[in-house]
Design a protein around this ligand. Structure first.
Ligand code: PNW
Length: 503
C-alpha cells in the first residue's frame, strides 16, 4: 500500500470533547532513585552498571529526571499543557524487589499511591503500564521471558497492582511493546532481557519466539485476573501496547506486497494476532515461513512455538483495547538487502529489504523519519485486520539531539502531521479514544542514553535540580488540546507557561 492519504489542512475539523489527550513516560526512563526506599535491582540497573559501553553516552537511569522526587512538578507540567491523561509505568522491582509477591515494598506502593492521588487531585486520568522493560534482575536470573513461568510471576505482580491501585486507576496496560522486549533485544544485541549479552541470556535467537509466546500468555493471565477478580468492582479496562511501524510495499509488484505483509506479521502481527484476530494464534504466513526455515536449518520443529488449543483460547480476546506506539515507517522490498549469513532470527526468517526514501525528513535517531501519513495508514490497517477494536495511541513523538534548543520546530511539524492523521482516522470511523505524546519530558532514551531527546519539556541532566523547561512544542500541543483543532500557523507569544483555569 502506498502512502497516499491526505486532507487539505484548511478544513477545520475538531477533536471530540471526550477524546483523551495526554503524554507518556516510563519508570526507568524518568524516576531515578534506583536503589532508594527498598527498591530492588532491575535488568536495566544491572546492565547499565555492568556494561556502560552499551549506552551511547555511557549513562544510566540512576537519577534520570529524578521524578521519584519531582513527581509533583511532573503533574504541574501536565496541568500547564491542559492534558487530561498521563501514561506512566510502575517499576516492578520498586514494589516487588525480588519480583515475587511474598515481599511487597510498602514504600514503593506508597510512592505510586501519592503520585496517583496527585494526578486525581487535578482530574488527570492515570493510564498505568505494568511492564515497561525494567524486569526484576532476580527474575532474569531465572531465565526471564525464556522461562514459561514468567506468565505466573507476571500474573502475581499484576494482581498486586490491581489490588493496590485499581480503585483509582481505570486504564491498565499490561506490556509496553512486546516487540522491543522479545525481538529488538536481540537485534541490538543488548536490550530488554530476553536475549543479549551478560547479564542477559546468552541464547540464540530462538529465545525471541519463546518470549513472544510466554508474553502473550502472561498478558492473558493478567487480563483474566482483572476480568474475574476486579472488573466488577473497579470498572476499568485492561489492554496491551504494541509498537506498530508502517510497512508499505516498495512497488505494486505481488512480491513486494507479500514482503510488506510478511514484515507486518513479523513486527506486530506476531504480538497482536494471538489477542485481536478472530482465529487467534500466530499469523499464518509468518508461521509457515518460520516452519519452513527451521526445517531447512535442521531443527526438528519450528522455532516458533505453538499455542495449545487451551492457550490459544486463553489469549484470544485478552485485551479491552489495543494501545499503539507509533513513530515511523519503511518501504519494504522482496528483492534488496537480502541477508547473507543465515543465522536464525526474525530478520533472516522474513528476509526482506527496507527502504527509506531520501525525502522523508530525518530526526535525531537513525531509525526514525517523518513518514508521510504513516499514523493514518497503520490505524487503517489495524482497523481492517482486527475488526476495529478500541484504540489508544499510547506513544508518538520525535527525537532531537542533545543540544539545548527550545525552538523545536521539527517536533512541531511532526506532531501536527500526526494529529492531522488522527483526524483522518476519526473521520474514517477508527475507534480511537486518545493520544499520548512521547514524551512529557526529556529522559533516559535506553541505548541512546541522554543523546536523544523526545521531551515536550527540556531537562539539563547536569543540573542537580533537573529543572524542567517547556519547549515550543509544549505550547503548540497545549493550544491544540485547548482548542480541539489543528491550527498549523499558531506560534506562542511568549515562552512563559501558566496553568489555565480548571486545570
Ligand atoms: C519506544 N524502534 O521504544 C518505547 O516504548 C519508549 O520507552 C522509547 O523511549 C520510545 O519508543 C522512543 O524510542 C522504541 O527501533 C524503541 O523501532 C525502538 C523502536 C521503536 C520503539
Amino acid at each position: 500500500m502506498a502512502a497516499c492519504h491526505g486532507s487539505p489542512v484548511t478544513k477545520q475539523r475538531r477533536f471530540p470533547t471526550k477524546f483523551m489527550f495526554g503524554a507518556a513516560t516510563s519508570a526507568y526512563q524518568i524516576e531515578g532513585a534506583w536503589d532508594v526506599d527498598g527498591k530492588g535491582e532491575s535488568i536495566w540497573d544491572r546492565m547499565t552498571h555492568m556494561s556502560p559501553g552499551f549506552i551511547e553516552d555511557k549513562s544510566n537511569g540512576d537519577i534520570a529526571a529524578d521524578s521519584y522526587h519531582n513527581y509533583k512538578r511532573d503533574v504541574q507540567m501536565l496541568r500547564e499543557m491542559s492534558l487530561d491523561t498521563y501514561r506512566f509505568s510502575i517499576s516492578w522491582p520498586r514494589i516487588l524487589p525480588t519480583g515475587m509477591p511474598n515481599d511487597i515494598n510498602p514504600a514503593g506502593i506508597a510512592f505510586y499511591k501519592n503520585f496517583i492521588n496527585e494526578l486525581l487531585k487535578y482530574k488527570i486520568t492515570p493510564m498505568v503500564t505494568l511492564y515497561h522493560w525494567d524486569l526484576p534482575q532476580k527474575l532474569q536470573e531465572l531465565g526471564g521471558f525464556a522461562n514459561p513461568l514468567i506468565s505466573d510471576w507476571f500474573a502475581d505482580y499484576a494482581r498486586i497492582v490491581f489490588q493496590n491501585f485499581g480503585d483509582r486507576v481505570k486504564h491498565f496496560i499490561t506490556f509496553n511493546e512486546p516487540r522491543e522486549t522479545c525481538i529488538v533485544s536481540n537485534m541490538f544485541s543488548s536490550f530488554n532481557g530476553s536475549a543479549g549479552p551478560e547479564p542477559f541470556n546468552k541464547s540464540t535467537n530462538i529465545v525471541n519466539y519463546l518470549c513472544a509466546k510466554h508474553l502473550a500468555v502472561a498478558n492473558a493471565k493478567a487480563y483474566h485476573i482483572y476480568d474475574k477478580e476486579f472488573r466488577a468492582t473497579q470498572k476499568g479496562q485492561c489492554g496491551i501496547t504494541v509498537s506498530v511501524d508502517w510497512y508499505g510495499a516498495h512497488t505494486n509488484s505481488p512480491e513486494d506486497k507479500n514482503a510488506a505483509e510478511l514484515k507486518r506479521q513479523g513486527e506486530w502481527g506476531i504480538f497482536a494476532n494471538p489477542i485481536f484476530s478472530t482465529d487467534g494464534g500466530f499469523p499464518k504466513e509468518l508461521s509457515d515461513r518460520i516452519a519452513k526455515k527451521s526445517a531447512q536449518q535442521g531443527y526438528t520443529k519450528s522455532r516458533l512455538p505453538e499455542f495449545t488449543e487451551e492457550e490459544k483460547a486463553l489469549v484470544k480476546g485478552s485485551a479491552d483495547f489495543l494501545g499503539v506506539n507509533h513513530y515511523t515507517g519503511f518501504l519494504v522490498s522482496a528483492t534488496v538487502n537480502k541477508l547473507e549469513n543465515h543465522v536464525p532470527s526474525l530478520a533472516d526468517d522474513i528476509d526482506v529489504g527496507l527502504i527509506v526514501p531520501q525525502e522523508w525528513p530525518k530526526s535525531g535517531a537513525d531509525w526514525l523519519t517523518l513518514t508521510p501519513n504513516s499514523l493514518y495508514n497503520i490505524l487503517h490497517q489495524l482497523k481492517a485486520k482486527y475488526n476495529n477494536p478500541v484504540f489508544y495511541i499510547t506513544e508518538n513523538g520525535w527525537p532531537t539531539t542533545a543540544e539545548f534548543n527550545l525552538n523545536d520546530d521539527d517536533r512541531i511539524t511532526y506532531y501536527r502531521a500526526a494529529l492531522e492523521n488522527v483526524l483522518d482516522a476519526l473521520d474514517d470511523g477508527v475507534n480511537l479514544k486518545g493520544y499520548m505524546a512521547w514524551s512529557l519530558m526529556d529522559n533516559f532514551e535506553w541505548l541512546g542514553g541522554y543523546t536523544q531527546r523526545f521531551g515536550l519539556y527540556y531537562i539539563d541532566f547536569q543540573d542537580p535540580a533537573r529543572t524542567r523547561i517547556p519547549k515550543k512544542s509544549a505550547f503548540v500541543y497545549k493550544h491544540i488540546v485547548n482548542n480541539r483543532y489543528l491550527d498549523h500557523t499558531y506560534q506562542p507569544e511568549s515562552m512563559t507557561m501558566t496553568i489555565d483555569p480548571g486545570h
